[in-house]
Structure formats: structure tokens, C-alpha cells
Design a binder for this molecule. Structure first.
Ligand code: PEP
Ligand code: MN
Length: 359
């Protein structure tokens, strides 16, 4: 090798080292700015500031690189800095697996979310003592450990059946107790969190309330396990941020539920976003449930969707079951009767642990 080239290459190596030191120092200062921006709720990207820096660098450019090349090189540095700031933001979220690498388990009576697949089942709405007792007896006999049923119903029309309220909570609790099941039910109003916590083992925050931040904080403060459904039009990120509201209150008992999102498709009630459920498993440490009933809105798709969800590794599948769906007071087209539930169970049994379901 030409000795002059060797000598010059050593110079280049020294400059590379200095550049790296300077870039690292720049990155450390930028992350300090990033932390302050995050604390103040400000974004990191500031196009006016970038414009100002690029104009300054072009004005100070001693050559030989043309201004355009200098700008291009610095834009890369800006991009890498922004990515660093965003990465640092992500790491501090309580929902993130980077914050807590191990899976969070949520134990509710006999059921442990995060320790082998479970089923959550029960009617859409709690309608009567007989309906709840019959459903709980049937489901318990099939090994289902978590009973659902709404006492406060989020209906599209204000004139539709709104649920039995406290009376419904009592019926749900009694049926679950009688058959050794855990009871999950929806709470829609911050003023009801206390009474619902008295009767339910798990508080459900429904899709329509996923961004009711006051409610999220209140269920967080209750310390009760929370079943958080993904909003009808919520992105995966917005869903995680909703979980963060609950977690930020010191309550880590959060279960995420993918229940289908609104798309242009009309042959299903919603579109099951299995990618969302898998992302939730990968990026968070929380248990993940797939609600196939509200996702599909039709019975013929429940078993295949549940199989797909279980194969993808979710912690539970959620279905609606009613002794006589034809006369149910809500969601009659999508609730399974007992025979349909048995067929459903037969179709998914191999993906559930044998000990957890029996017939
Ligand atoms: C429900 O679980 O009955 C319900 C209303 O679900 P979602 O909030 O997902 O629509
Ligand atoms: Mn329903």
C-alpha cells in the first residue's frame, strides 16, 4: 500500500472517532431535550427548528461538499435522533414488554389469565335470575371458569334495553358464586365503579368507552382486574395508551380484548384484527383475549376465528352464550345457544388444555 494513503487513512480513522464522539454527545443532549419535551407533553419533531439548523449549516458550509449534500447528511442525523427520542419514550410505558419482560398473570378465583387458554362466556345482557342460573350451570359443567353478562349495556339507541343495573349485578354474582365461577361485567360510568366492584371480579371497559379517560383512571384506582376492550376505531397504539391510563394508577391487573374493528366490510359485524391481538402479545406483557362474538357478529365464524386466535397464542377467547338467543334482549343474532356452544367447544377443544374444558 502506498505510504501516503496509509498515513491519510490513519487521519480518516482519527476523524471518524472524533465524529462518533461528537455524534454521541449530540445524541445525549438531544435525548435530554426529548425527556423534557415528553414531560411537558410536547412532540419531538419540530420542522421549524430543523429548517433553522439546515439554513445555518448551509450558510456556514466551508466546502467541498455542496450545500445539498451537507443538508442530506444532517437530515439523516436528525432522523436518527428523532428515532432515538421515540424509542426512549416507548421504553418507559408501563404496558411495554421492554418495561416488564415477563408475562403479567391475572388471577381471578379459579381462573388465571396468562397460564394456558381460558374461555369467557355468558349472555350479552343479564335478563333474569333463571337465565343467569341456567347459563352459569351449563357453562360451569363445560369447564368454563369466567362468566360474563352485562348489567349496564352500552346500546346504540337510548330507547333500547339498558340493562338491569344493580339488580343485574346481584344476579350475575349469585350465579357465578353458585357455580364457582369468576364474574365479569361492564362498567360505563365512573359513578358506578364502586358498586360494580362490590359484585364483579373483573370490571369490563367496553369498546365505546376505551377512551373515556376518567373511567380508565377510576377503574385503575379501584385496584380490581380490568378487561379493556379495544375501541371500534382505535389503533393498536391507542388501545395500549388506554391500558396505560389504568396501569398508571398502580393497577397492573389489565387484560386486553381485541373485539373487532370497524371496516368497510358488511358481511361481518366488525373485522377481527388478529394482527392487533398478536401485536398486543408481542409488545405488551398483559394477557390478551379475543372476543370472537362481537368481532364476527355471526355464529358460523366463531369456531374458525377462535381456532385462529388460540393458534396465534392468545390467553382467552370470549363468546356470548344465552339459553334462548331468539328472545335475548340484545345481540340476538350472535349469541350461541347451549347446543351451539357444545359444537363450538368440540371444534376448539384441541387448542384448549384438556383439563380446562370437559363435557
Ligand atoms: C359486550 O361485551 O357486551 C359489549 C358491549 O362489547 P363491546 O364493548 O366490545 O361492543
Ligand atoms: Mn353483546
Amino acid at each position: 500500500m502506498e505510504p501516503r494513503i496509509l498515513e491519510l487513512r490513519r487521519e480518516i480513522d482519527r476523524i471518524n472517532r472524533e465524529l462518533l464522539t461528537l455524534l454521541s454527545e449530540r445524541a445525549r443532549i438531544a435525548s435530554e431535550i426529548g425527556r423534557i419535551q415528553t414531560e411537558r407533553g410536547l412532540g419531538h419533531y419540530d420542522p421549524a427548528r430543523e429548517e433553522e439548523m439546515l439554513a445555518y449549516l448551509a450558510a456556514e458550509n466551508p466546502g467541498p461538499f455542496p450545500d445539498g449534500t451537507v443538508k442530506k447528511l444532517f437530515k439523516e442525523i436528525f432522523k436518527a435522533t428523532l428515532a432515538l427520542e421515540e424509542q426512549e419514550d416507548k421504553q418507559k410505558f408501563l404496558f411495554s414488554r421492554e418495561t416488564r419482560p415477563e408475562d403479567t398473570r391475572v388471577k381471578v378465583r379459579q381462573a388465571v389469565f396468562g397460564d394456558g387458554p381460558l374461555l369467557i362466556a355468558g349472555p350479552c345482557a343479564i335478563e333474569s335470575e333463571e337465565q343467569m342460573q341456567r347459563t352459569a350451570e351449563f357453562l360451569a359443567s363445560r369447564g368454563v371458569k369466567v362468566l360474563r353478562g352485562g348489567a349496564y349495556k352500552p346500546r346504540t339507541s337510548p330507547y333500547a334495553f339498558q340493562g338491569l343495573g344493580v339488580e343485574g349485578l346481584k344476579l350475575g354474582r349469585a350465579a357465578a358464586d353458585r357455580h364457582g365461577m369468576a364474574f365479569v361485567t361492564e362498567v360505563m360510568d365512573t359513578r358506578d365503579v364502586e358498586v360494580v366492584s362490590e359484585y364483579a371480579d373483573i370490571l369490563q371497559v367496553g369498546a365505546r368507552n376505551m377512551q373515556n379517560f376518567a373511567l380508565l383512571r377510576e377503574v385503575g384506582r379501584s385496584g380490581q382486574p380490568v378487561l379493556l376492550k379495544r375501541g371500534l376505531s382505535a389503533t393498536v397504539e391507542e388501545w395500549f395508551y388506554a391500558a396505560e391510563y389504568v396501569l398508571s394508577q398502580g393497577n397492573d391487573q389489565v387484560i386486553l380484548v381485541e373485539r373487532g374493528i370497524r371496516t368497510y366490510e358488511k358481511w361481518t359485524r366488525n373485522t377481527l384484527d388478529l394482527s392487533g391481538a398478536v401485536l398486543a402479545k408481542q409488545l405488551t406483557h398483559l394477557p390478551v383475549v379475543v372476543d370472537v362474538t362481537h368481532a364476527a357478529g355471526r355464529i358460523d365464524l366463531l369456531a374458525p376465528l377462535a381456532r385462529a386466535a388460540l393458534a396465534a397464542g392468545v390467553d382467552a377467547v370470549h363468546v356470548e352464550v344465552h339459553p334462548n338467543p331468539k328472545v335475548a334482549m340484545s345481540d340476538n343474532n350472535q349469541q350461541m345457544d347451549f347446543a351451539q356452544f357444545d359444537a363450538f367447544l368440540d371444534a376448539v377443544r384441541d387448542l384448549l388444555e384438556p383439563a380446562k374444558t370437559r363435557r
